[in-house]
Design a binder for this molecule. Structure first.
Ligand code: CP
Ligand code: NVA
Length: 300
């Protein structure tokens, strides 16, 4: 089994991953992988958290991570992803890949004999969505009573994955972004099959009854050439104290990080009392371990 997309996990499987994360957190059982398990971390784009949390996770579970990047591997000189996948999977037990193109990730999985984990592509960030919903449920126990507002770049990879995972767990969502800028219709329509999801360009309306405000960068990796245009386009959708005034008093603020203070979120909000971004970031290690354990159990 692979985790290429948030669509790859049904509700039961998401809950299984969360139960494993709970067990790790409570330290109730000795959980480990097959001795000397190897995780290849094949990264074409930068990463602080995802790389480190997966490397720490495999190490703490008794295995080892091997990091390979585009610059120092033969990918840069044109080696096909399919050949890389064949070879990596003959050395390693898992591959976590962060690639520009989602179709390259699909090709990697087609040519791999071991589980492939999406560590972010242009379309999705499924392990981040698991981290996000696990964190939401730590604060708001019943997902059916949770409404999440995703604000800013509502068509980004983190939005696509969160829509699916949140809807599968029963949470409702509103996407709040500029007029004429639409969510990815494939993910939006899929999320609609599972739960309540809407989008609006009106901030005040978007904040109605919202329990969680979530944002991400206005300029994702690979969009650097459009940076100026995107910063202008999303400027009104900055998560700031004025926006928070429209939401519930006990609203919580999340961000997948890295954050750009003064752009998609103010320093006052991300470093303020409603922000749970550090707990969210911390949970990446728990979820990385839970995902590796889940895949090892699913592929036995
Ligand atoms: N949230 C996240 O994926 O962070 P990194 O880009 O640092 O891995
Ligand atoms: N949307 C962001 C997420 C970073 C974790 C990006 O793709 O750069």
């Amino acid at each position: 089994m692979n985790i290429l997309s948030s669509n790859d996990l049904d509700r039961e499987q998401i809950e299984k991953i969360f139960n494993l994360a709970d067990k790790i957190k409570e330290n109730k059982e000795e959980l480990s992988l097959k001795e000397n398990s190897i995780l290849a971390l094949f990264f074409e784009k930068a990463s602080t958290r995802t790389r480190t949390s997966f490397e720490a996770a495999i190490t703490q579970l008794g295995g080892k991570g091997i990091y390979i990047d585009a610059q120092t591997s033969q990918l840069k000189r044109g080696e096909p992803i399919s050949d890389i996948a064949r070879m990596l999977s003959s050395y390693c037990d898992f591959i976590a890949a962060r690639l520009y193109s989602h179709s390259d990730l699909v090709s990697m999985a087609e040519h791999s004999s071991v589980p492939v984990i999406n560590a972010l592509t242009d379309l999705e960030h499924p392990t981040q969505a698991l981290v996000d919903m696990y964190t939401v449920l730590e604060y708001k126990r019943n997902p059916k009573n949770v409404k999440i507002a995703f604000v800013g770049d509502i068509a980004t990879n983190t939005a696509n994955s969160l829509m699916i995972t949140a809807a599968k767990l029963g949470a409702s969502m509103v996407l709040v972004g500029p007029k004429g800028y639409l969510p990815n219709s494939t993910y939006f329509n899929k999320a609609k099959e599972y739960g309540e999801i809407t989008f609006t360009d009106e901030i005040e309306k978007g904040m109605e009854d919202v329990d969680i405000i979530y944002t991400d960068t206005f300029v994702s990796m690979g969009q650097e050439e459009e940076a100026e245009k995107r910063r202008k386009m999303f400027a009104d959708y900055q998560v700031n104290s004025k926006m928070l005034e429209y939401a519930n008093e006990d609203v919580l603020v999340m961000h997948c990080l890295p954050a750009h203070r003064g752009e998609e979120i103010t320093g006052e909000v991300i470093d303020g009392p409603k922000s749970i971004v550090w707990e969210q970031a911390k949970n990446k290690l728990l979820i990385a371990k839970a995902v590796l354990l889940f895949l090892s159990q699913s592929n036995r």
